[in-house]
Structure formats: structure tokens, C-alpha cells
Design a protein around this ligand. Structure first.
Ligand code: SAM
Length: 365
């Protein structure tokens, strides 16, 4: 398949090339692992295997209600990738508990959730290559599963830390939320953070806006199911929020991963400023990065996040005729944007559970 993998007499210019080749071969393998891992997550195979005694491929397929031939091939990849163990004598497979801990929803983050991004973004490669040649962007409509995967992602980065770590970044917020305030979440996606807050703080009132009719319909269905009376969601293009935001209507505005892929980020943040009452707070989560490529070399997820940017965040903004800030726009540019929008005090925080994001607490006085 790959010329570089040819053994023996292949010309080796130098040790650096050797090392780079080894790294690329590893990357090819790990890329394959991500595609298989996404399938394992979506088919529920990891959940079926967790905590189970060693099972044959047929038993695993039966328990998961899946086709045995596909499951056997997938298991082969999991064994080759060192994720699942196979006893060759009994031909039984086992998911070690140390691996299950990171691949199931039981406790802590499920890293298999993030593996879904590879297939999701790979599906639009033809569109992205066309944009490299012709400019423009790839619209949200080309990513049928985006909001589902994004909600699963933010359910891991936002929800578990929302009440104990994120909201207390503005120390007065938990008590004010208990007493009853008005809260807006801009670019709320499926709105899981807002739904969680509405349940926790019945005396407060919550509003979520997002461009996506699909994401908002999902959120509205959850509101109807739950019977929550203090939260509402509406489809809204926030590109003109600087002009259209209702002045002084909210005490807290949040954005979770919601600024950099906007068409007009400054307009949105100006609108947020305008919509805050005196003493109000804007709490923003956005991607942790420097605004300089050379510093991104040290970023633990830098390459991945640039891939997400090229194949999603930057291009969906450009598709709206927007600025295309990109996922990795970085802390310095974020701070400059918040200042330009009228926030006079901006503090930046990193939280222990979340290597992917910075958290900004913005105030206007
Ligand atoms: C990365 S997602 C984050 C969603 C959600 N806050 C979360 O954390 O799961 C960015 C969101 O911005 C929304 N968005 C993009 N452009 C928008 C626009 N012009 N107006 C309103 N929302 C927009 C998208 O629909 C998407 O839901």
C-alpha cells in the first residue's frame, strides 16, 4: 500500500528521515484506530465488552446485535491496536478494565466520543479540497451528524464541571443563579448546558439561541419531555447580534465553543455586551491555543484542532460569508476581540479537567 513501508534496500537519507518515517507509520496506524474506535463507540461494542469475561467473536456479536463478520474484523483491528486482548488458545476477547475506563460512559470522560470527528470530517474532504482550489466554505448542511457529535463532546468538557468549576469562575454566579437571574447561551447547539442549568436553578430563566434548526428542535424536544418551564430555545442567526440584541436583558451570557466559528464573531460579542445588564457577566469557553503557529508546536492537541479547523470550524464560517477565524485563533486574539467589543476586564482560566479550552470571564465595569 505504502511505498515508504518497503523494507530492506530502501534509500535512507538520514536518521531524521528514519525517525520521521517511523512517526508517520505510527500516525497511519493510529488514524486507522480512530476510524475503528468511532465504529466501536457508535455500535455500542465497548459498552457491551466492558466488565465482561472473555467472549468469542460470535458471542460478542450476538450480545451487541451486530453482524458477526464485521465484529470479527473490528476485533482484529482492536487486537492489532492493543485495545482489546485475545487469548489465542480459547479465541476469546477481553476489554481490559483500564481501557474500558476511557472508552465507555460509566466513569469519567469517554475518549471514543472524540474518535467520531475523524469520520465526520473525512466525509467532507471532497468539499474541502474544492475550497482549497476555489475558496469559499463548506456549509453546516454537509455535516449531518455534527450537532450530535458536538453535543457528546461538550457533554464531556462542559457538563461534569459546569457547577463546581465553570460557573464559580465568576464567584458571585452560583448564589445569583439560586436567587433568580436571566441567562442567555449564544450558539447553544443542542443546549445541554442550558438544560442542566435550568434544572439546577429553577428560580432563574434561561434562553438559548443557535443557527441550527436541527439542534434547536432537539433542545425543544428535551424541554417538552422534561416539563422545564424556565428555559426556551429559538433558532436565530447571531451574525447581526450587535444590532439586534435586546439591550440590558440578561445578567449572564455564556458561549461554549461558540465564537470562533461564527460568521461575525465581533458582532456577536458586541451584541452580548449590549444584552448584559449593569453588573452582568459574560462567560466564554473557547479553544485553548496561542495565536502563533510556532507556539502551537507545544499544544497537546494542536494538529488535531487544526484538522478540525480546516475541515469544520474555519470552513463553516467562510461558508456563511464569514471571517473564518478558525479553531486555533488563540487566546491573544480572543482577548483583543472581547476588549474591542467593550469588555474592560477579561480574566483567562484553564481548568484541570479540560486541556482543550480556555475559560474567559468578561465584565464591562
Ligand atoms: C462548536 S458548536 C458549539 C455548540 C454548543 N455551544 C456546544 O458546546 O455543544 C458552534 C455552534 O455555533 C452555531 N453557529 C454557527 N454560526 C452561527 C450563527 N451565525 N448564528 C448562530 N449560531 C451559529 C452552530 O450552529 C453551532 O451549534
Amino acid at each position: 500500500m505504502c511505498q515508504a513501508l518497503a523494507p530492506a534496500d530502501t534509500h535512507r537519507p538520514d536518521a531524521e528521515t528514519d525517525a520521521f518515517e517511523a512517526r508517520l507509520v505510527n500516525a497511519l496506524n493510529e488514524g486507522g484506530l480512530m476510524l475503528l474506535m468511532s465504529i466501536g463507540y457508535r455500535t455500542g461494542l465497548y459498552e457491551r465488552l466492558a466488565g465482561q469475561p472473555p467472549l468469542t467473536d460470535v458471542e460478542i456479536a450476538e450480545r451487541a446485535g451486530l453482524d458477526a463478520r464485521y465484529v470479527r474484523e473490528w476485533l482484529g483491528g482492536m487486537v492489532a491496536g492493543g485495545v482489546i486482548e485475545l487469548d489465542p488458545a480459547t479465541r476469546r476477547y477481553r476489554l481490559p478494565s483500564a481501557h474500558a475506563a476511557l472508552l465507555t460512559d460509566a466513569d469519567g470522560p469517554n475518549l471514543a466520543v472524540y474518535a467520531q470527528f475523524f469520520a465526520l470530517l473525512g466525509a467532507v474532504e471532497d468539499d474541502v479540497v474544492r475550497c482549497f482550489r476555489e475558496g469559499g466554505g463548506v456549509p453546516y448542511s454537509r455535516y449531518p451528524r455534527f450537532h450530535e457529535v458536538m453535543a457528546a463532546d461538550s457533554a464531556q468538557t462542559v457538563l461534569p464541571a459546569l457547577f463546581d468549576a465553570i460557573l464559580p469562575l465568576a464567584p458571585e454566579l452560583p448564589a445569583r443563579l439560586e436567587q433568580g437571574i436571566d441567562v442567555l447561551d449564544c450558539a447553544c447547539g443542542r443546549g445541554r448546558a442550558l438544560l442542566a442549568m435550568a434544572e439546577r436553578y429553577p428560580a432563574s430563566r434561561f434562553t438559548g439561541y443557535d443557527l441550527s434548526t436541527e439542534a434547536i428542535a432537539w433542545a425543544q424536544a428535551r424541554v417538552a419531555e422534561s416539563g422545564l418551564a424556565n428555559v426556551r430555545f429559538a433558532t436565530r442567526d447571531l451574525s447581526d447580534f450587535d444590532a439586534s440584541a435586546e439591550p440590558a436583558a440578561f445578567d449572564l451570557v455564556t458561549t461554549f465553543d461558540g465564537i470562533h466559528d461564527q460568521a461575525r464573531p465581533l458582532a456577536l460579542v458586541r451584541g452580548i455586551r449590549r444584552s448584559l445588564r449593569p453588573g452582568g457577566v459574560y462567560l466564554a469557553q473557547d479553544i485553548h491555543a496561542s495565536s502563533h503557529h510556532h507556539l502551537d508546536r507545544e499544544h497537546p492537541l494542536g494538529t488535531l484542532l487544526y484538522a478540525v479547523s480546516v475541515s469544520h470550524c474555519m470552513t463553516v464560517s467562510l461558508a456563511q460569508g464569514g471571517e473564518g477565524l478558525g479553531t486555533m485563533w488563540g487566546r491573544e486574539r480572543a482577548q483583543a476581540l472581547f476588549a474591542e467589543a467593550g469588555f474592560t476586564t477579561v480574566s483567562v482560566h484553564q481548568l484541570e479537567h479540560d486541556i482543550q479550552n480556555d475559560y474567559f470571564v468578561c465584565r464591562a465595569e
